[in-house]
Design a protein around this ligand. Structure first.
Ligand code: ZN
Length: 408
């Protein structure tokens, strides 16, 4: 059939015949025969025909129980055309007869929720994909760090969801009155999904010990840093459960929003920002844990950007930055200068507070840098924290499940 004839057929048998005036809106094929034009709620949306055919919901194209596409792509025609359109189910759905002799039915509600309009797509990305982050400086810290009761998040799904949402939005959240039990980490991580394991194991105990394989286990001040920068799949969230806090001075946590400081740097010192986002640094961890030797290296900039230029991850650790620095000689000193500026700003924006026994502090390890004020244990009371990690993949997954269940 020639394209002119086909066009006439479409016009005659479909557009003019049913006039595409469905109760829930209007639908027609675009004049270039490339998309379905749908008009609902006085809003016009275009759905490319190739996308519609690819997303047919029938049993041969889509497997419902696994919510997965099974359409045979070996026979897929990317230039597929519409032969005719028909309203279905009291005009709630549209049926398309395709040029490849297939028939598909789409509900308008289903189409509406998959709109290609920029604003609808942005809404979907922020609402379901990843919530928008709100950046902060230490001036805003007390407003930003939301406090939840352990019992609430363990028993009330909405509180549990809100807790995860605040963690995602602000990168930090505090839980009060958790059991002062080192095994508690198993329960809460299981409620989200599971602990992210590293070469230090699942949970790690932070108690001062002189003979240690990691500087976090000293009682001296711990400079601002992100954990595990030497991992490509760097764990997403740190959970620090305070079981015993020192009664002496010191032991406070320091937290600074690396995304906020990176954006500040971009504004105030673009040259330093470019150097830190374009220079790959070798991060490493070399040692032994429980008789198993490890030798990790990962190369990544201090400030990682996504393809839109947004800051996507911060890596900073004085101890875990390797002495191998595989960059051009001429870049070395300018990079150090830029790092000094960035670190100074991280400290200027850092908030300080001391957790109490029963507190679980959760913070975004891809975004915040954290540190600790030095302290001294007394003979009877030894500061004791249990740390572990959970991944953002699992947290966002749980948030979407809860959001769907709760109808939020
Ligand atoms: Zn199908």
């Amino acid at each position: 059939m020639s394209s002119t004839k086909l066009f006439k057929l479409i016009n005659k048998s479909t557009i003019s015949k049913v006039n595409f005036r469905f109760l829930s809106g209007l639908a027609k094929v675009s004049s270039d025969q490339e998309s379905l034009v749908v008009n609902y709620d006085n809003k016009i949306d275009h759905f490319p025909l190739v996308w519609l055919r690819d997303n047919c919901r029938c049993n041969t194209c889509f497997h419902g129980p696994s919510q997965s596409r099974i359409i045979n792509w070996n026979e897929f025609d990317v230039n597929v055309k519409v032969r005719s359109l028909q309203a279905k189910d009291e005009n709630q759905k549209v049926e398309i007869n395709w040029s490849d002799n297939h028939k598909s039915i789409y509900s308008f509600d289903w189409l509406k929720s998959r709109s290609f309009s920029k604003e609808d797509q942005e809404f979907y990305l922020k609402n379901l994909y990843i919530p928008q982050k709100k950046l902060w400086s230490n001036q805003q810290f007390l407003d930003v760090m939301k406090v939840y009761e352990y019992e609430d998040i363990m028993t009330k799904d909405e509180k549990f969801y809100n807790w995860l949402m605040d963690l995602s939005t602000y990168g930090v959240v505090l839980l009060k009155n958790a059991p002062k039990d080192a095994m508690e980490c198993k329960k809460i991580s299981k409620k989200i999904a599971f602990i992210k394991k590293t070469h230090y194991g699942e949970d790690y105990h932070i108690v001062a010990k002189a003979d240690t394989n990691n500087v976090a286990y000293l009682s001296s001040p711990l400079q601002l840093h992100t954990d595990l920068p030497y991992y490509d799949y760097k764990p997403g969230v740190n959970m620090l459960h305070c079981i015993v806090q020192t009664k002496n001075k010191g032991g406070e946590n320091l937290l600074s929003d690396g995304f906020y400081v990176a954006e500040l740097l971009r504004k105030e010192n673009k040259e330093a920002f470019d150097l830190l986002s374009q220079t790959e640094v070798n991060w490493s961890d070399i040692g032994e844990e429980d008789g198993v030797r490890f030798y990790k290296i990962h190369r990544a900039p201090v400030i990682s950007l996504d393809k839109y230029g947004n800051v996507s991850s911060i890596r900073h650790s004085i101890p875990q930055r390797d002495s191998h620095f595989t960059v051009n000689l001429s870049n070395v000193k300018p990079w150090y200068r830029a790092l000094k500026v960035f670190i100074t700003k991280l400290y200027e924006s850092a908030a300080e507070f001391k957790t109490e026994p029963g507190d679980i502090l959760a913070f975004d390890n891809t975004r915040l840098v954290h540190g600790r004020i030095g302290y001294e244990d007394t003979t009877n009371i030894k500061r004791f924290l249990v740390g572990y990690f959970v991944d953002w993949d699992e947290i966002y997954c749980k948030m979407r499940v809860l959001k769907t269940q709760l109808g939020l």
